[in-house]
Ligand binder design. Structure first.
Ligand code: SF4
Length: 315
């Protein structure tokens, strides 16, 4: 659901003639259609060919070349004068929520950005069928009530709900919500109308396996991303100091993209990822060696127990 008239209006307000287009990888197939549309309205277009993780990842090089940059499908984390965040919203029928079998009365409602814009309506429907619904605003990194990111579950902080209902696709966010709250979590996907209770055992087993493989390694390195919303140099230095204190040596590597190719020539036995947590959780199978979160590194160093396992969060 892209509103081209809205985009053109914003560009004209900024008097932009040369326009940058930055799309997440899953929407890059639309670049041609969007460029054609903007050109037919009199704009010149340059498309960002770099990877795009989220609003934490603005193409700052392209921004220098254009009058305005259109960043698609993410809610703002940073405000730049010449960046226009273009929402990408998925429409769905809120009446579907009337048939969901949720035993708990008090529910916290959460969603990914594409679905969160309709949560007020979902809340109204759930209240009509007898639930008490918590729909809270999180930290400044998330803009809409109930919105979660793979690195941010602050809408669930101090939740009084008995269970959580996630609206969206995939299992990553609801797994994160379950580990973050320790509560029962349901997932409803409006696209395929799938409803399920979310389990975390397999996820935790895979994480334990990564930590135990890292135990055999002689040397590791802490990775720091140059991306504007993922750079946590302070955390990296703190982790290095912690390792020094327990007599383990780790190096710190500063890089733009954390990919297997970028790490191919290093010989470390494991990495600690301080950038987007999804690199550790979702992409770990692509890497030759374990790629741990900061909390998992604390477990490896013996300063945190498995019982204290937490999701990595950029709050
Ligand atoms: S750090 Fe990762 S999870 Fe967080 S906003 Fe960026 S891409 Fe999304």
């Amino acid at each position: 659901m892209l509103d081209i008239d809205w985009i053109v209006e914003r560009l004209r307000e900024k008097n932009a003639k040369l326009v940058g287009v930055q799309l997440p990888d899953g929407l890059k197939y639309k670049s041609d259609e969007i460029a054609k549309c903007l050109e037919s309205r009199g704009f010149k277009v340059i498309i960002s060919g770099s990877g795009c993780y989220g609003a934490c990842d603005i193409d700052l090089d392209l921004l220098k070349e254009v009058d305005a940059l259109l960043h698609f499908a993410h809610t703002p984390i940073f405000e730049f004068e010449n960046v226009i965040y273009v929402p990408y919203r998925i429409d769905y029928d809120v009446n579907d929520f009337r048939r969901l079998k949720i035993e708990e009365k008090k529910i916290a409602l959460i969603a990914s950005a594409q679905y969160a814009w309709k949560l007020e309506e979902v809340k109204r429907v759930l209240e009509e069928i007898g639930h008490e619904v918590e729909l809270k605003k999180g930290s400044s990194r998330v803009k809409m009530p109930g919105q979660v990111l793979g690195c941010n579950y602050t809408v669930l902080r101090n939740s009084k709900a008995e269970a959580v209902l996630f609206v969206g696709d995939g299992l990553f966010h609801p797994i994160g919500a379950k580990i973050y709250t320790g509560k029962k979590v349901y997932r409803y996907s409006p696209l395929d109308r799938e409803f399920e209770e979310v389990e975390v055992e397999d996820f935790l087993r895979r994480r334990m396996l990564s930590v135990s493989k890292a135990m055999d390694a002689e040397r590791g390195a802490i990775l720091v991303s140059k991306k504007i919303g993922q750079k946590r140099m302070g955390l990296a230095m703190k982790l290095k100091k912690m390792a020094d204190e327990v007599g383990r040596r780790v190096d710190v590597i500063y890089l733009d993209e954390i990919t297997p190719e970028k790490l191919a020539n290093f010989l470390y036995g494991y990495y600690v990822n301080t950038a987007c947590p999804r690199i550790s959780y979702d992409d770990f199978e692509l890497f030759r060696v374990p790629i741990l979160t900061p909390q998992e590194f604390e477990i490896l160093m013996g300063v945190r127990s498995w019982e204290e396992y937490e999701m990595d969060e950029i709050a």
